[in-house]
Design a protein around this ligand. Structure first.
Ligand code: BGC
Length: 758
């Protein structure tokens, strides 16, 4: 035994020494390189540019890129991909710049590179971290095959306001689930060795609180208490740092009156000093320059502010490039501050192995072999099916039979362009599977499919143009809305069942796509109402990047499937679910409001001093005109089978630090088909030194049960699960009574009680 222990101790010592040496080697390499660099070259490393072949998201595109690369005035490029383009740019840097320092190549690989997975909000509804990790792994393999080594993902901004279009890019409203997903994605992207030619450096964004923009208007002000930040908004960023994320992107918004990009408390005190982040921080697109519009001073002032705050790389705006030299002369920044930023950027390149081989990620034979492969498409299809949420299914309208006649109606039913969703910059729309194609593939010849467009996504030409400023405007049919609806109604009349595919255009959510109305555009609502009147069984498939306000639809349609934007394999995956080849199991990660007036609405809210408990009381925290509850709560999602939950059994009713409680529950599949269930554990701290949410997710397990099968699910609760940040921002647990809930969603739960004794 002693010998084993000794071996373990020696091994871990050796490991430490090796780890130290590789870190030391990196530091020595970078120090040596920096000793040869001019000030201009050091500042050059802080400059990230885009030649503008991608989608510029600000008003600026970098000029004179090639010349600046030659002069050593560019640290990295983004917005280009493909081995040939990247080789050209890298060759310029490596062959023609004085010190031959390689460039780092980044891109917005958000939910897949060329094989596009569902939008992140959809992905999160799978509650399947292994699956999500796999999507990031595939994205990394495809991205590196295209010469990239850096991706601007994961986006972990907690969002409780679906008016904000970027809710589509994140994992919803919950910090616990959001943290798990952040870790999974970083593992998938970065693997265990960043220098491998098929792993990429991740960039967690947008640090921080970007999802809390006032009124859901993109780029708007955020303002919140520290206690809310620490308990509710910061955990996923911290989880990313703990998981070893290589880079962080600062956000556009201000925090405590100082834009994140120039916020020393955020980028240095919290991120580096408190959380121990060792990588580099990049600004968002021109967010250094945008501090001028925020009212923080001229370009020199805001660039200085950013550098001093701890920002290392300036995306596109070139404020660092054009002002830091003079600011150094004027004493506004120090050489040490410039060195520190340069060192972090060079260290990232070192970790990626670019100094060993600047062409490491460039291999012309790879795209053919690794991109959009049959396996990747299959993974996308499975993932998409697992991301869909069955919101309603009365009279078992679903699954559909593989016989008879289906009327497939709606502006998104026979469409390729909108399938990929927002932020699929390298996705090829023409390679996506439309729902019409998917239905034919899955249902086979036994089903006759009749189709009609029925409506435009929107009839409003000005709105259609605003949706897609970089692309063709969302198509508007020359026929009148009445004629289109009439045709759809006629087609429906000939069918046994109607499948209506409606929702948003892909770019109605995502960046700069805030909406004040979350209704289906009027054209589509009219179509659905006409289809309801036909009396035919109606299945509504929704494609959208955010919760929509669909109380009316919930009243009228017997079946609703939330399919999000499902990616390259959208059509096949939707058909897999519609025909029951896959029994849907997705669960919402964001509450669906009844109307926009309820926003922000989220399950882990506080109780208030006057909680509403039902009825029509006066002087309670409620509304006169609508219930407090969402239409569909967090964690909600149906299956083609049913699950019953027995009562909760606790191993003990008190817990002390160092101990654990086991909560077990029997779950039975009482339906006729096998199904997956995500069993959710919530906890409520009944009294504390600060007010605590009415419920907080603290665990979940995915199980598969055959028809009639029963399984016991167990959760272990330790003191750690009861901790929170108190008013001194200390992470503590406090003795007292707790409630524990287990259920199929955040609303429908069984409950038990226990006490923490200290
Ligand atoms: C977005 C980021 C993105 C960046 C680069 C910005 O407009 O906010 O999420 O990574 O552009 O494309």
């Amino acid at each position: 035994m002693r010998r084993i222990l000794l071996t373990i101790v020696t091994l871990s010592f050796l490991l430490q020494v090796t780890a130290q040496t590789s870190d030391d080697r990196m530091k020595a390499y970078v120090a040596n390189l920096m000793s040869k660099m001019t000030l201009d070259e050091k500042i050059g490393q802080l400059n990230l540019v885009t030649p503008g072949w991608g989608v510029p998201t600000g008003s600026v595109v970098s000029k004179g890129v090639e010349d600046n690369i030659r002069k050593g005035r560019v640290g990295g490029l983004f917005g280009i991909f493909g081995p040939d383009k990247i080789r050209q740019a890298q060759t310029l840097a490596v062959k023609e710049s004085r010190l031959h320092i390689p460039l780092i190549f980044g891109l917005d690989v958000i939910h897949g590179h060329k094989t596009i997975f569902p939008i992140p909000l959809g992905l999160s509804c799978s509650w399947d971290t292994a699956l999500i990790e796999r999507t990031a792994r595939i994205a990394a393999i495809e991205a590196t095959a295209d010469g990239l080594c850096w991706v601007y993902s994961p986006m972990v901004d907690i969002a409780r306001d679906p008016r904000w279009g970027r809710i589509a890019e994140g994992s919803g409203e919950d910090p616990y689930l959001g943290s798990k997903i952040a870790r999974a994605m970083i593992k998938g992207y970065q693997g265990t060795d960043l220098s491998k030619d098929n792993t990429v450096m991740a960039c967690v964004k947008h640090f921080a609180l970007y999802g809390a923009a006032e009124a859901g208007r993109d780029y708007n002000t955020t303002d919140m208490s520290r206690i809310r930040m620490f308990n509710e908004y910061l955990p996923p960023y911290k989880a990313a740092v703990d998981a070893g994320v290589g880079s962080v992107m600062s956000s556009f918004n201000e925090i405590d009156g100082i834009p994140a990009t120039g916020n020393h408390w955020l980028l240095t005190d919290l991120l580096r000093n408190q959380w121990g982040f060792k990588g580099f921080v990049v600004s968002d697109y021109t967010s250094v320059n945008e501090m001028m519009a925020h009212g923080m001073g001229d370009l020199a002032t805001v660039s200085t502010l950013a550098l001093k705050a701890g920002l290392d790389m300036d995306m596109v705006g070139e404020g660092f490039l054009t002002t830091l030299q003079n600011s150094l002369k004027a004493g506004a920044v120090t050489q040490q501050q410039i060195n520190a930023a340069c060192q972090r950027v060079l260290e990232a390149k070192y970790k990626l192995g670019l100094f060993d081989d600047p062409y490491r990620y460039i291999n012309e034979s790879k795209p053919e072999k690794d991109i959009l492969t049959a396996q990747n498409r299959q993974a996308a299809r499975e993932t998409a099916a697992r991301s869909m949420v069955l919101l309603k299914n009365e009279h078992q309208v679903l699954p559909l039979k593989k016989s008879g006649t289906i009327a497939l109606i709606g502006p998104l039913a026979d469409n390729h362009a909108e399938m990929l969703g927002t932020w699929a910059v390298s996705g090829d729309k023409t390679k996506s599977v439309s729902i019409q194609e998917g239905i034919k593939n899955v249902a086979g010849n036994g089903v006759q499919v009749l189709s009609a467009k029925g409506a435009n996504i929107t009839d409003d030409t000005a709105f259609a143009k605003r949706i897609s400023p970089f692309d063709k405007p969302t198509e508007i049919d020359p026929r009148t809305p009445e004629i289109m609806i009439q045709e759809a109604v006629e087609v429906a009349g000939k069918a046994d069942v109607v499948v209506a595919v409606v929702g948003e255009a892909a770019e109605m959510s995502g960046e700069s796509s805030s909406r004040t109305s979350l209704d289906l555009p009027g054209s589509q609502r009219k179509l659905i109402e006409a289809l309801v009147k036909t009396g035919k069984p109606l299945v509504v498939v929704l494609l959208n990047g955010r919760p929509l306000t669909i109380s009316w639809l919930d009243e009228q349609a017997p079946a609703i499937l939330e399919a999000w934007f499902a990616g390259t394999e959208a059509g096949n995956a939707i058909a897999d679910v519609l025909f029951g080849n896959y029994n849907p199991a997705g669960k919402l990660t964001t509450s669906f409001p009844r109307n926009v007036g309820q926003i922000p609405i989220y399950y882990n809210h506080k109780n208030t001093g006057r909680p509403y408990e039902g009825g029509n009381p006066k002087f309670k925290s409620d509304y006169l005109d609508v219930d407090n509850s969402p239409l569909y709560p967090f964690g909600y999602g149906l299956s083609y089978t049913n699950f019953t939950y027995d009562t909760i059994q606790l191993s003990q009713s008190t817990i002390r630090p160092g101990q654990q409680i086991t909560a077990s529950i029997l779950i039975k599949n009482t339906g006729n088909v096998a199904g997956e269930e995500t069993v959710q554990l919530y906890i409520r701290d009944l009294a504390g030194s600060v007010t605590r949410p009415v419920k907080e997710l603290k665990g979940f397990q995915k199980i598969t049960l055959n028809a009639g099968e029963m399984k016991k699910v167990q959760f272990t609760i330790t003191e750690n699960d009861l901790k929170f940040y108190n008013s001194a921002l200390k992470y503590v647990s406090e003795p007292g009574d707790f409630k524990l809930f287990i259920g199929t969603n955040s609303r429908d739960v069984k409950e038990a009680s226990f006490r923490l004794v200290k």
